[in-house]
Write a new protein. Sequence first.
Lengths: 327, 530
Amino acid sequence: MLAYVIRRVFQSIFVLLMVGLVAFSMFRFVGDPVENLLGQERTQADIERVRDQLGLNDPFPVQYVKFLGNALQGNLGVSYRQGRPVSEIIAERAPATLELAGVSALFAVVFGIGLGVFTAIRRDGFMANFIMTTSLIGVSLPTFLIGILLIYIFAVELGWLPSFGRGETVKIGGWSTGFLTESGLKAIILPAITLGLYQMTLIMRLVRSEMLEVLRADYIKFARARGLSTRAINFGHALKNTLVPVITVTGLQIGSIIAFAIITETVFQWPGVGLLFINAIQFVDIPVMAAYLMLISVMFVLINLIVDLLYFVIDPRLSAGASTRGH
Amino acid sequence: MSSKKKLLGALLTTAILAGSSALASAETLRWARAGDSLTLDPHSQNEGPTHALSQQIYEPLISPDMEAKPIPALATEWMVKDGNPNVWVFKLREGVKFHGGEDLTAEDVVFSFNRAKMESSDMKELLVTIKEVRAIDDYTVEMETEGPNPILPNNLTNLFIMDKGWAEANDVAKPAEFDDGEETYAVRNANGTGAFMLESREPDTKTVLKANPDYWGKGQFPLEVTEIIYTPIQNAATRVAALLSGEVDLIQDVPVQDIDRVANADGLKVGNAPQNRTIFFGINSGDADLENDNVEGKNPFADLRVRKAMNMAIDRDAIKQVVMRGQSAPTGVIMPPFVNGWTPELDVYPKADIEAAKALMMEAGYGDGFEVTLHCPNDRYVNDEAICQAAVGMMGKIGIKANLVAQTKANHFPLISGKTTDFYLLGWGVPTFDSEYVFNFLVHSTTDDRGSWNGSRFSNPEVDTMIQSLGSEVDLDKRNETIAKIWQVVQDEQIYLPIHHQVLNWGMKSSIDFPVQPEDQPHFKFLKFN
């Protein structure tokens, strides 16, 4: 077990280093930051001076090693665009993204499981078919289109919800939350739905097919024969046994919810790290891009590591002394 | 029946909305545009949205008004010193206070100019001719230039004055360096003399300004806005939706495809004005051979007939109708109409004439055409990539096969300054409102301090001498004559292929009375509510 963990940790570190190296080799294709930093009146001498100052004349492996050295000391550099330390900017922006991701994940899990169970039980009902068909929209339409559609209906036509931003926020320590004000709560609804729709559909379809599988199993038939209530059978026995794969998938999807909040944040002008990243790309703000990519890869690697380790806990068959277990 | 009901409902809602907004928020203005200001430090960035926000909080000596005409701000009058053409004298406005309560004196002006001339300042290029700035008394400042500089005041409209004591107390006596590693106090705090004071700022999210109760301009400007809430909204569709849903009162950067939608919405209107930016193609006529074409051993663009043919092949009216949806002013010259040196004759553009253009190509020996790469930005100007696509088709008609490379501005502009493109799209604004600025950057041969954007490689010693003479010619009539002469060369030689002047569109509530400013800079002290 310990050897396995150590091996996995080393693999993770290797993956991180590689991600960083690839990222740095890509940055020069994004463009020249100096062009954005200096106004149109700049001279060639200015360009050279700033390139030198920023270390842009170094070959990219050197830039990368410098970045790693500083990052290990907790210094992620200064944003070219805002002139402020990157760590500070990211800390300021993270609450917005984490709150959005949290609410989207909650929405995806609750509605995904709920609708999944419903469509499995009422397999041939009109509502179930309707939900299944419309859920295809969630998978097939691109996020920005769904976002703009929601804005058009709920903000422009109906005027119920705001079209952009986070509403009023309250500061608790270093964390700014939108959960404590009415405008903050209203503002999170549309982006959370936009961001979580794909995951909701995914979970719903997964739960449904797992449920259908389980409902055909022998132990469900036995449970029916014993005269248990439908409710007890569906939720007590069937649903419970469908959840193992659902948890795995959900865990991995949370990573992508955070990482791919970029588009949703752009559409709704949500002041999170995704929007920060988009702005950084347009400005060729290398310190911000590097920090963001590294953070996202740390997150993915961590989640994967945890999921791998969880298999040991959840599935005893994986560990050496397999024990007997039955229903 | 139902449509009548709907209409009635809509009218009622508008009436109620209009009534309530007149009562409740007559003074708060919610303002949105695509990008945020990059920093509040007034000398760190020479960039549009950054200056637009700073203009509300800080003030220059001479400020642009809503028509971009210079009007007195912190200076009440300015003149060349008697007997010494190298010195400009500025009389400062008396009784002006900074937001923190400090008095404005000549010391602050001297300090601010010296700060703006430092190496880490982004404004220093506008001040290169200034040798020394000195305080004569509390309210008189003299600026000595290297040789006479008749248009110096034109360079000062975005040159903001800070309080010396405040800057020194907060350790921001110099603009931040890129590698300083820390945020300086002036990036997110401000102490100006402007009509609005900074209340709060979250970069890229929200900035709140409050009216300055002690503003010197009371009685001179409308000053009807008491609070400004500024939110950048990057996505164009979301920005328009926010205006349509009434969450913001005024947006800049209305996308051309949404102009009708906003203009036809109840309670909204769109204002427009020609922008201080002209879009044109640059062609490398100076090099002996081109990197990006298929003609070996010579440069087809070096032939004036080819350049003339290309100019004739461009159908500017079609670009205006199809690509810009009517939102552009086609032109025959690469400067906007309000620039000194502009004449209606220069602005006249040729009608597209493919037959004549083809004949010229034939005459030049390129009857079978040639291939060349066209470089184009795709995120800098209004519909920039679409303009290039249209041009590819037009060039195709006279046998020039243009291969389009459209990319982000951060990749595009280094091609021009690095002189590695032969055919490219560029837009140019003239912040000084004088032709000399255009000549210095686009027409003069590339040297250390001039011609940095001259991707045409045009180089003519005679023209260079004329351009240099503009900097110190005090006789304005003579100077204007030289300007006209240089333009004649630029036009005759067809150094550039002008397309159009961009048109600015601002969408706003009908209840707002506010002209569109050619530099895309709203000065909210001029805003009035109906």
